[in-house]
Design a protein around this ligand. Sequence first.
Ligand SMILES: Nc1ncnc2c1ncn2[C@@H]1O[C@H](COP(=O)(O)OP(=O)(O)OP(=O)(O)O)[C@@H](O)[C@H]1O
Ligand SMILES: [Mg+2]
Length: 224
Amino acid sequence: MAEAAVVEGVSKHFDAGRRVEALIAVDLVVKEAELVVLLGRSGAGKSTLLTLIGGLDRPDAGTIHVGGLKVDALRGGDLDRFRQRTVGWAFQTAGLLPLLTALENVWLPLALLGQADGIAIGEARAVLRAVGLEDRADHRAYELSGGEQHRVALARALVKAPLLLLADEPTAQLDSESAREIAMLIRRAADSGTAVLFATHDRAVAEFADRVLVIEDGRVRESG
Ligand SMILES: Nc1ncnc2c1ncn2[C@@H]1O[C@H](COP(=O)(O)OP(=O)(O)OP(=O)(O)O)[C@@H](O)[C@H]1O
Ligand SMILES: [Mg+2]
């Protein structure tokens, strides 16, 4: 399988009174249809790494390629397009628009990309079906349970068919059964071709991974 994301020698520090080396010479590869779990404690550097790969911040050193694009060199409209189209995000909080329906929340990214309503609604419905929530399509987001909201958020991330899904502890606030459901849905997304980098502190998620990397004090290594 082709390499979806390639990170080489990436370092990042923060200076908020005290200098923090958040990432130190990180190398990693995520291939298409591969689910890589990035396991690490609080403060290990997981979110920092995902943020750089998703083009929301830039590394101090090193290079990041996603889908053949050199992310750390993208600027302006190219960077906007990369953020909008190439990468999907799943976060610890679902972050839905509460007064919109489940369907509208999933449809919105396609509308913002300028996709015609008829096609976009059909695609949004199909992805909601894939996360098992077709029967909740017309419920407003605030009427859904926490686990259901996370499934809608995942559908919203996947509806654009991103090359790479960046999942930043999407199961952290869920009970173990809902967490498993989300992890299984992410597994299924990988099986249908999406590259996934899944950051978590929950070892149970490793069961769903093709490969587990451990991040500790800003350094990434293979597990075991
Ligand atoms: N914007 C920032 N300014 C200053 N320090 C930061 C900033 N972002 C992150 N850090 C520091 O960098 C280190 C890594 O943070 P990061 O958020 O990547 O950890 P994490 O592994 O995602 O942790 P958690 O599991 O708690 O989300 C931490 O020591 C953190 O305090
Ligand atoms: Mg984090």
